[in-house]
Design a protein around this ligand. Structure first.
Ligand code: AHR
Length: 506
């Protein structure tokens, strides 16, 4: 028996909706086929964007979308992706399968997609192979409202009004695919490039994101922050430590390590626990990178932006290894549930996170095949957790949370949870049972609240259960009514491999 104590009165921080963000790169079938099929496609679309996919993403409440990469971002030259499509330059996507990129999805298409999704925009600029001028002109092209060379060019290409860039990334993985730089070298480039990411609209300033570390590379975090915070500039940037609003962090879960990622659908319970244990490691990464950040930014003005996270397994047999197309099971659902609970609990520092990637790549929420679309178990977790967006994290604690697992090195707590309170006072509780085999009898105990209105949903199934184009509803969110209430308590049993969401009101 485990008891989840909730002090619904003790608010601990605001959960930024962008923690529930997504990432879409020009990689495999994410953009092309997955999101964009072109206006002449037989697949129903609005201005080239797949209608089924856009509708499902809206239903899931997507808050922000990062584009165009990833590694692709530091090879992308935005001017190749504007103007009449027939005239757009074709390039080789060297990172991802060596395929021809025809640039038919570019800046205008990205903003159109975000407008249809109703989400914020996160554009990632090119430091690795791009110039300061190129980056600066992209920002001018997108956001300047007036007469200027780039604003005029935008008008000639059919969009008079500027768009809004909510977040701008100054390079991606510049310690690796984005230029193999040292932290000091990148830190200095960051200071320089970000200077020309001009704020043309003071009512809607662009949040600038500096390239942070891969996994446990604390040396990078330290080196970049030291360089960026040295000799702060006077003027508007003085208030903005290190000239940045966010510092990114990337972390992928590969159960057998990079060389042995393993199948997405065929695994045993030992690998199940290895995977979940590696997902829980996110907590340590946030704490330790956060401790380095605290030294340079004690007031926590810089957000930790975990703008790439998720499971990275072997590609589906028979598919292009450069396309990173993988299936998605209940194991992915638990990784998502655990990770989002961790982000919620660290909402004082984590201000954005983007799962990699949105459609058809890595831990996708949607898979497509021609005109068919399937929602993955991960999709349902994001849907079930959407009520945490913009809510206040409250104090919660599990008593009797056993350590489980098959190997000493890969023990995990049986229960993962987080709790928030929405503006209308509704308490949102997300609980995961990480055990492959065992039920957990549970009691939720509120400090004061006596529940009278409860809505609950569950996602559960065998550990390898997944949805296919032939059987798209093997795993899906369903109503959960198997609970009892008494005074300030709710009692229920959490089945093995399950994600449960309660919404409780008085
Ligand atoms: O998401 C796939 C790749 O993983 C991204 O392009 C890169 O940033 C990371 O290494």
């Amino acid at each position: 028996m485990a008891t989840l104590y909730i002090n619904e009165k003790k608010k601990k921080g605001h959960i930024n909706p962008e923690i529930y963000g997504h990432f879409s790169e020009h990689l495999g079938r994410c953009i092309y086929e997955g999101l964009y099929v072109g206006e002449n496609s037989e697949i129903p679309n609005v201005n080239g964007m797949r209608k089924d996919v856009v509708d499902a993403l809206k239903e899931m409440q997507i808050p922000v979308l990062r584009w165009p990469g990833g590694c692709f971002a530091d090879e992308y030259h935005w001017k190749d992706g504007i103007g009449p499509k027939a005239d757009r330059k074709k390039m080789i996507n060297t990172h991802w399968g060596g395929v021809v990129e025809d640039n038919s999805f570019g800046t205008h298409e990205f903003f159109e997609l975000c407008e249809q999704l109703g989400c914020k925009t996160y554009v990632n600029g090119n430091v690795g192979s791009g110039t300061v001028q190129e980056m600066s002109e992209w920002v001018e092209y997108c956001t300047f409202d007036g007469v200027s060379p780039m604003a005029d060019l935008r008008g000639e290409n059919g969009h008079e009004k500027p768009w809004k860039i909510d977040y701008f990334g100054v390079g991606n993985e510049n310690w690796g695919c984005g230029g193999n730089m040292t932290p000091e070298y990148y830190g200095n480039l960051y200071r320089r490039y970000q200077t020309y990411v001009r704020q043309y609209n003071n009512d809607a300033p662009i949040q600038k994101i500096c390239c942070g570390a891969n996994a446990a590379d604390y040396f990078w975090t330290e080196g970049v922050l030291k360089t960026c915070t040295a000799a702060p500039a006077p003027g508007p940037d003085a208030d903005n430590p290190g000239f940045m609003n966010g510092l990114s962090l990337h972390y992928y879960v590969h159960p057998g390590g990079w060389e042995n990622k393993g199948s997405a659908t065929e695994f045993d319970s030992k690998i199940w626990y290895q995977t979940l244990c590696k997902a829980i490691y996110m907590e340590e990464l946030i704490r330790r990178h956060g401790a380095v950040m605290d030294q340079y930014d004690p007031q926590k003005k810089i957000g930790m932006m975990v703008d790439e996270w998720g499971c990275w397994f072997d590609v589906e047999p028979g598919t292009n290894p450069g396309f990173l197309y993988q299936q998605n099971t209940m194991r992915d659902a638990l990784v998502a549930g655990i990770t989002l609970n961790i982000f919620n609990k660290h909402c004082d520092r984590v201000k954005m996170a983007c799962i990699a990637q949105m459609v058809n790549v890595l831990q996708a929420v949607i898979l497509t095949e021609g005109p068919r679309m399937v929602l993955t178990p991960t999709y349902y977790v994001f849907h079930m957790y959407r009520h945490h967006q913009d809510a206040e994290l409250v104090e919660s604690y599990v008593e009797g949370n056993q350590s489980i697992g098959e190997e000493a090195a890969y023990q995990v707590p049986q229960i993962s949870e987080s709790v928030s309170v929405g503006e209308d006072g509704t308490v949102n509780i997300t609980v995961n049972n990480l055990s492959v085999t065992e039920d957990v009898p549970m009691e939720i105990s509120f400090a004061e609240l006596v529940p009278s209105r409860i809505e609950a949903v569950i996602l559960t199934g065998a550990m390898c259960a997944h949805n296919t184009f032939e059987e798209p509803e093997n795993v899906k969110e369903t109503g959960f009514c198997d609970y009892k209430t008494e005074a300030n308590k709710i009692r229920f049993t959490a089945p093995p491999c399950s994600v449960i969401s309660f919404r409780v009101g008085q």
